[in-house]
Design a binder for this molecule. Structure first.
Ligand code: GLY
Ligand code: MN
Length: 464
């Protein structure tokens, strides 16, 4: 938890952006796995965490714009609970820590909201992703669960996106820490990887780095020799010499700030010429993209530049052909790079995605390009100082996609299908780093870059 003034200031900044009414932000409750008292690891809602800081289940925060008061609703534990859980802070003690002297038991929330509704006041709430909170909102303000997203306050969504998009120094310090844990996760993976070990053993070791520090992965780890499947959570294979391994993993530290990195390397620690050829195109692409990151530039334009570097590299290898700019304008690169260059990151690894990708990544000026591949770009708008985002280009050989495009002659003037087919079974390569946009450009998060050049990779993989 940050100093209480951080939360006081965040709520003051939010107040300045909302004209009138009540802002209602539910925190998360415990989520049972298989019976009520056997719960998943608790994860607080990130918006609640950002404005109210309390990392415990069962709270709701209310900001009253007109009367200037912020209140926290929650129930104190009873002796029966304390016997099982040990001493617990009271709601009022928690409120004091985040600058909220106004605390109430949860039963008082309904009457506060009903009074506001009777007085014709607007209640601002956000889109909800947990059914318990959807049902709670229905009970409190009478909106049918199917309509909660529709009636979510766009004014509140836009206000929160504008605040959370710009990371403050205390947040950047946490993001640097999360990146350092990500570094340890990936270098552990690289050292342990060798033919004969299973993907699942590596997942255990990588996750163990985060868990051993009391943290957790920022999303379920992606670790597979079948890197052509973008989010592959099957870890059942034994590592086999000659194959590439992709690992996409990051940490969520105690403050819940995240990191997200991807590396790919040969299982036996030595690149073949064919692997090196594709790998170095992706390496050039990530480096060029990071070079381009600075305030005022749209991330959409950087995504398209990345697509050009990939296309030019694949052309050099004879896999693509024709004019590079034309190929990218026609979306031909998306056969090999079928996803976006990156996303915002912060308290969520895909930051604020619960509020709506288009509100986070696009605006009145830059809208999503509706073309296969580029359509999946989560962040397109102009970069600003204080944004934190991922840069994650990749090249993949997806058999089903190659077959479909070849049969339908899609972009056949830009793709040498016979050559592309020689790479079926190659897998995929993605490289991902996390960057902070600074006044003059950007910098990588974390104190050291995870090994990334061919030489750095070959020096660490399998070295125990
Ligand atoms: N690292 C997983 C993702 O960005 O979707
Ligand atoms: Mn990512």
């Amino acid at each position: 938890m940050f100093d209480k003034q951080v939360y006081v200031n965040r709520r003051l900044n939010l107040r300045k952006k909302i004209r009138s009414g009540l802002i209602l932000i539910p925190g998360n409750s415990e989520s049972p796995m298989n019976y009520p008292s056997n719960t998943y690891r608790f994860r607080q809602d990130s918006n609640f965490l950002y404005f109210f800081g309390v990392d415990h289940p069962g709270f709701v925060g209310v900001i009253d714009i007109e009367d200037g008061k912020d209140c926290l609703y929650g129930n104190d534990f009873e002796l029966d609970d304390i016997i099982w859980m040990g001493p617990q802070p009271t709601v009022n003690e928690l409120g004091q820590k985040v600058g909220i002297p106004c605390t109430h038991p949860m039963k008082d929330l309904a009457s506060t909201l009903q009074r506001a509704i009777r007085n014709g006041r607007k209640i601002h709430f956000l889109p909800q992703y947990r059914s318990e909170n959807i049902i709670m909102l229905e009970r409190l303000i009478g909106i049918h669960p199917s309509l909660i997203s529709k009636y979510a306050s766009v004014e509140l969504i836009k206000a929160i996106v504008s605040l959370r998009s710009i990371k403050a120094p205390e947040e950047i310090a946490e993001l640097d820490k999360a990146a350092d844990v990500g570094y340890l996760m990936h270098t552990t993976n690289m050292r342990l990887a060798k033919p004969g070990i299973t993907e699942q053993e590596l997942v255990g070791a990588v996750e163990g780095v985060a868990i051993g520090k009391g943290y957790m992965p920022s999303f379920p780890i992606i670790l597979s020799q079948n890197g052509e499947t973008l989010h592959n959570h099957d870890h059942s294979q034994v590592l086999t010499s000659g194959r590439m391994l992709i690992t996409d993993a990051g940490a969520e530290i105690g403050s819940h700030y995240a990191s997200d990195f991807t590396r790919a390397f040969p299982v036996n620690g030595k690149f073949t010429e064919k692997q090196k050829g594709i790998y170095n195109i992706v390496l050039n692409t990530i480096n060029k993209s990071i070079e381009l990151c600075k305030p005022g530039v749209t991330y959409q334009s950087i995504h398209l530049e990345a697509a050009k570097v990939i296309t030019a590299g694949l052309k050099d290898l004879g896999i693509m052909k024709g004019d590079v700019n034309e190929a990218v304008a026609n979306g031909a690169h998306a056969m090999f790079f079928p996803h976006g260059l990156g996303h915002m990151m912060g308290l969520d690894v895909h930051d604020m995605e619960d509020l709506g990708e288009d509100y986070v990544g696009y605006d009145d000026e830059i809208s999503r390009i509706d073309q296969f591949g580029t359509a999946f770009l989560r962040l397109g708008r102009r970069l600003q100082t204080g944004f934190v985002l991922t840069v994650e280009p990749g090249i993949y050989f997806v058999p089903a996609l190659i077959e479909k495009w070849k049969n339908e002659k899609i972009n056949s003037s830009f793709i040498n299908y016979d050559k592309a087919e020689e790479y079926i079974g190659f897998g995929g390569i993605r490289l991902e780093d996390d960057v902070l946009i600074t006044e003059k450009g950007c910098r990588l998060l974390g104190s050291k870059r995870i090994p990334i050049t061919v030489e750095e990779i070959e020096a660490i993989v399998g070295k125990g």
